[in-house]
Design a binder for this molecule. Structure first.
Ligand SMILES: C[S@@+](CC[C@H](N)C(=O)[O-])C[C@H]1O[C@@H](n2cnc3c(N)ncnc32)[C@H](O)[C@@H]1O
Length: 336
């Protein structure tokens, strides 16, 4: 191998390592240097495009994805990244075309499928597991800062307030608790005063790594919440006294199986507290944000069908999005 090729390979490896650790400025610098040595190297272009996308330079990212795909059109992955980049630039038609290209190469690509469904307003039953895992693995490091500082996330406080109202004073302890879509543990920590042993389940291993550091959970499980409820995993309790789910049911549209699972795994008299985004009409709908919104009647009907007592649905503002408040509901249902 010539020295120049070795240098270029080393720079590409340096860029990839920096992208992995979230140091996107260094990644972009390494890839740009590699491209000075080999201007037509598609691997360096893909890496640079990914770094630029993460840095929010969508115009430049789009340029490098397109150039790299013109040279090497085979891989599926860069197409959804290009699609997302185009969405950020307001080019929805171009975005849809790129998602379709990704799916043409990998028909089971959950990320591309969900982004396309959200873009075209096609309501599905749930976000694919690989979409959720990829989204939150990516987001984990910055999640708590972004939620509290940028998005004014209020679900933990709303949930703690509801727990206090349900419990009265002094607060009784729910012996065994389960946090569905626990994330890094923001909502779990807020209600920890009411909980004995708390377990957390989440599809994102990266989010749960941070949750473990919080010390809130005695056990965490990397799993889909609906699947976890249907079939106990090793180390899980067969039954819980309290279940919570803060801002996680927004990734599940059809809640029938999830409510049935919650009923199955709660002890009689146990509570299920959750938040959702509020749909303007109908049962549930997939929004352009990739999250679902649910209607109050649908929630009442589904909870009742699963065997919960009539419960409460309190209006909340779970968070802000860009410049507007998101309208949501805090549900509290008791198992018969
Ligand atoms: C917006 S975060 C909220 C995290 C936490 N509950 C909180 O209040 O900070 C949503 C979390 O739900 C998880 N999630 C979404 N859908 C899921 C599913 N079907 N099964 C398990 N976890 C899921 C995501 O991975 C993410 O960590």
């Amino acid at each position: 191998m010539s020295g120049a090729v070795e240098d270029m390979n080393a720079l590409i490896a340096e860029g990839a390592a920096a992208n992995q650790t979230g140091d996107f400025e260094s990644a972009a610098a390494a890839y740009r240097q590699a491209l000075r040595l080999a201007p037509e190297n598609s691997q360096a272009m893909f890496g640079l495009a990914a770094a630029l996308r993460a840095l929010g330079d969508y115009q430049e990212a789009e340029r490098f994805y397109s150039r790299a795909l013109a040279i090497d059109p085979a891989p599926a992955e860069p197409y959804w990244e290009l699609g997302y980049t185009r969405e950020m630039l307001g080019d929805n038609q171009g975005a849809a075309a790129a998602y379709e290209q990704c799916l043409a190469r990998d028909a089971g690509h959950g990320v591309a499928q969900h982004l396309l469904d959200a873009l075209t307003g096609t309501t599905t039953d749930a976000a694919p597991n690989d979409y959720v895992a990829a989204l939150f693995d990516d987001y984990a490091e910055d999640f708590e800062r972004s939620m509290t500082e940028d998005l004014h996330y209020s679900v933990p406080a709303s949930m703690a307030g509801k727990m206090a109202a349900i419990c009265g004073a002094p607060p009784p302890h729910f012996r065994r608790c389960l946090d569905l879509g626990a994330g890094t543990g923001l909502t779990g920590a807020a209600i920890a005063a009411f909980a004995g042993d708390m377990h957390g389940v989440d599809l994102s291993a990266e989010m749960l790594e941070l949750a473990k550091e919080s010390g809130v959970y005695s056990q965490t499980f990397v799993a889909g919440m609906t699947e976890f409820l249907a079939k106990p995993m090793a180390g899980a309790h067969q039954h819980y006294d309290l279940m919570i789910s803060g801002d996680a049911l927004v990734y599940v549209g059809d809640l029938a199986t999830l409510f049935a699972g919650a009923h199955l795994r709660l002890n009689p008299g146990g509570w299920f507290l959750f938040t959702v985004e509020l749909a303007d009409a109908g049962d549930f709908t997939l929004q352009s944000t990739g999250r679902y919104a649910h209607g109050p009647e649908y929630l009442r009907k589904s909870a009742a069908a699963a065997g919960f007592e009539p419960g409460s649905l309190d209006p909340i503002t779970p968070r802000r999005d860009a410049d507007h408040d998101i309208h949501g509901l805090l549900g509290a249902f008791r198992r018969l």
